[in-house]
Design a protein around this ligand. Structure first.
Ligand SMILES: *Cc1c(COP(=O)(O)O)cnc(C)c1O
Length: 235
């Protein structure tokens, strides 16, 4: 197992270095970009290795995997980020485990998330997921639904709506992905003026292993990186 621990530590160091350089190119520092280490491909041992390597923001895309890992690692100093589609009937069990919900993709889900957060008296950071590529198989608000969603935010007492999240279209090159990232940033900039008081939209969650450099250059404040952290490891 020590081989895995060292390999993951090296991968984390490499990704952090790449994040730092991209942040500098965008006129920011490494502290302005949060690395969310996505654990969906791996088990508990590899997740523990990430924590040992200093990753304190972990992301899961499937509720059952979130429950398993977050419940077993509940004594560890980590923040969990739900990054994949969350069905409403899974909100009650998932929301108490997370600090962040990146995949706020419908008003009905956000209502359920708010109820779940209220029940455990927590304030959850939430991003509105946007289907920027217009892919019919993807979740998320269409660009023209965002203003309406923002108007509803004052009703959610236990959610802090703090930005937007998107995935680039399937099979896009990093430069094609960059266009989706620019579009998300521009949408955020337009919406800022219409946002209710107290809603800052300071965060942009965009970029994965293949395109996090482009995402940071275009303003990402959270990158969700999975496979690049597990290179050289048989998962
Ligand atoms: C799996 C996943 C990621 C990470 O993908 P990699 O390409 O492995 O880095 C990021 N975001 C979401 C929503 C995911 O499901």
């Amino acid at each position: 197992m020590s081989g895995i621990v060292e390999r993951i530590a090296q991968n984390v160091a490499n990704v952090r270095e790449t994040v730092a350089r991209a942040a500098e190119r965008s006129g920011r520092t490494v502290d302005d970009v949060r690395l969310v280490a996505v654990t969906k491909y791996v088990g508990l041992a590899e997740t523990e290795a990430l924590i040992a390597a200093g990753c304190c923001d972990l992301g899961e895309s499937r509720p059952q995997e979130l429950w398993r890992k977050a419940e077993q690692l509940s004594d560890r100093p980590v923040r969990w980020h739900m990054i994949g589609h969350l069905q409403r009937n899974k909100a009650a069990r998932s929301i108490p485990l997370v600090d962040w919900l990146h995949s706020g993709d419908s008003l009905r889900l956000l209502e359920a998330a708010n109820q779940a957060a209220a029940r455990c008296d927590r304030l959850i950071d939430v991003l509105l997921e946007v289907n920027v590529s217009g892919d019919s198989t993807k979740h998320g608000f269409a660009a023209d639904q965002l203003a309406g969603a923002l108007a509803a935010t004052p009703a959610w007492s236990h959610l802090r709506i703090c930005g937007l999240m998107a995935m680039a279209g399937w099979g896009t090159t990093p430069e094609e992905a960059r266009r989706d990232f620019i579009r998300l940033r521009e949408l955020r900039d337009q919406l800022r003026d219409q946002a209710p008081a107290g809603v800052s939209l300071e965060h942009l969650s965009m970029g994965m292993s293949g395109d996090f450099v482009e995402a940071i250059e275009e303003g990402a404040t959270l990158v969700r990186v999975g496979s690049a952290l597990f290179e050289g490891i048989q998962a």
